[in-house]
Design a protein around this ligand. Structure first.
Ligand code: NAP
Length: 449
């Protein structure tokens, strides 16, 4: 008798989902369907990793190899929870892996946060990355900007704002975004940490790159280094502190832009609508080591506030969710329903471990999950009553987009890039993406977005 073939669904075509697919296809008895709500794979590699970080983006080339396998299908324009239910997925597959990432962001919870000109770094990143859902961003009248948070996302948005726009010409940013950045007249960017440099979560390579941006004068709030015992710091943190000390001591004659690191300050109010100021309060650790306000207030004259204080995953209807941690609860990758494993359901990436770690972190994370999944399949075997989910969708007149559709989008982006002497230029408009998907389809309707 032939060995049974298994069928696994992965929900989300970002790095964590694709690493999982890589591990699954190392076996030759598993078919993998990778669902995404967009017609484009790669998730945060395409829409989160900064466009000027081309070497990290190159990971996409390696991950793309997974689609060479005849056992793998890309099923785009399918939003699980909207177009397909959890129950339908479970009926169609021997196992389901949720790889949805974290699509919302945390809020500061301060007055004025919703004013025009106060927004999440996620929205700003989505805009310059050419995400089809992104709102166009205007930098007209913006000379001073505050980025809240001292993690790598704050570093990314600060760098894009202070970089000489000509240096961004090599990226795949959409033409309108590059145009807006070229017209911008940003003179000062504040990066604001509610604790000290020794607590900042940015990685040293990213921090050094930001501080060494040509034409930028760096200052660090004078009290930032007070009380730091460097002998107690780990390697990364010690290196971060050294980079900040060195950058603030460096002379930059005739700077194009000033970059200010302001530590031990927390935002307490966004002033004006549209924004015309950010009120920050000086902070300190109290006797029990908790962060507390000192009551000492200052106002920064900024016209744009970007909060980069962390992402948050969104609940998928019917799937267990830990509201406090913003993750699908799991144990070694097996989804937990209460304290029991939910059969045939698994999780990888940020929706498993929270929004932490770099792209490569997802590899070991996916390996752990796939090992559990394979161990479980070996015990459970394939479903005897599996339905064909694509038939169910077709009966509703619903045709997912395919990997061939994505390749057509890619070719159109390469063409657009070639006419601007660039390798690629993103297509950022939904209707243009959908036109490219539809152009070769046998009349299958496109689902609404
Ligand atoms: P993050 O590293 O967790 O940084 C969030 C920052 O926001 C922290 O400094 C945090 O301070 C601060 N914060 C949180 N709540 C706040 C509040 N209410 N008010 C003021 N500050 C607040 O998160 P991230 O920057 O979003 O990055 C997410 C993950 O993606 C990280 O693992 C990051 O390394 C990764 N990433 C990597 C790259 C890269 O490799 N180039 C680029 C982008 C992102 P506390 O520490 O005091 O909480």
């Amino acid at each position: 008798m032939p060995e049974p073939r298994y069928r696994v669904a992965i929900v989300g075509a970002g790095p964590s989902g694709l690493f999982a697919a890589q591990f699954l296809t190392a076996r030759n008895d598993i078919d993998v369907d990778i669902f995404d709500r967009l017609p484009t794979p790669y998730g945060l590699l395409r829409y989160g990793v900064a466009p000027d970080h081309t070497s990290i983006k190159a990971v996409a080339h390696a991950l793309a190899r997974v689609f060479d396998s005849p056992a793998v299908r890309f099923l785009g324009l399918v939003a699980v929870g909207r177009d397909v239910t959890r129950e339908e997925l479970l009926a169609g597959y021997d196992a389901v892996i949720y790889a949805l990432g974290a699509s919302e962001d945390l809020r500061m919870g301060v007055p004025g946060e919703d004013a025009v000109g106060s927004r999440s770094a996620r929205e700003f990143v989505a805009w310059y990355s050419g995400h089809p859902d992104a709102e166009p961003q205007s930098l007209t009248g913006v000379t001073q900007v505050a980025a809240i948070g001292v993690g790598n996302v704050a570093v990314d948005v600060a760098r894009i704002l202070i970089k000489e726009p000509l240096a961004l010409d090599v990226t795949d940013m959409p033409a309108d975004v590059l145009g807006e950045l070229r017209r911008a007249r940003v003179s000062d960017v504040w990066v604001i940490g509610r604790r000290g440099p020794q607590h900042a979560s940015f990685t040293t390579t990213e921090l050094r790159e930001l501080c060494r941006t040509p034409g930028v004068a760096v200052s660090v709030s004078p009290d930032a280094f007070d009380g730091i015992d460097e002998s107690l710091l780990d390697r990364r943190t010690r290196a971060n502190v050294a980079v900040l000390r060195e950058a603030s001591a460096a002379e930059t004659p005739w700077p194009r832009v000033r970059l200010h690191f302001l530590f031990w300050r927390r935002p307490v109010e966004v002033r004006g609508d549209p924004v015309r100021g950010l009120v920050v309060e000086r902070t300190a650790l109290d006797a029990s080591g908790r962060l507390a306000g000192t009551g000492e207030i200052e106002t920064l004259d900024v016209q744009l506030v970007l909060r980069a204080i962390g992402y948050r995953a969104v609940r998928l209807p019917g799937v267990p969710f830990d509201e406090l941690l913003g993750v699908i609860p799991s144990e070694h990758g097996r989804v937990l329903d209460g304290d029991r494993p939910a059969p045939r359901e698994y999780v990888v990436g940020w929706i498993k471990r929270g929004p932490i770690g770099v792209i490569g972190t997802n590899k070991s994370d996916a390996r752990e999950t796939v090992e559990q999944l394979l161990a479980d399949l070996a015990v459970m075997g394939p479903r005897s009553d599996r339905i064909d989910l694509l038939d169910t969708l077709a009966a509703r007149g619903f045709v997912p987009s395919s990997y061939a559709d994505w390749q057509r989008i890619e070719a159109a982006e390469a063409n657009r890039g070639a006419s601007h002497a660039r390798e690629r230029m993103k297509i950022e408009l939904w209707h243009e993406l959908l036109d490219l998907v539809q152009s070769e389809r046998p009349g299958g309707p496109i689902p609404p977005n």
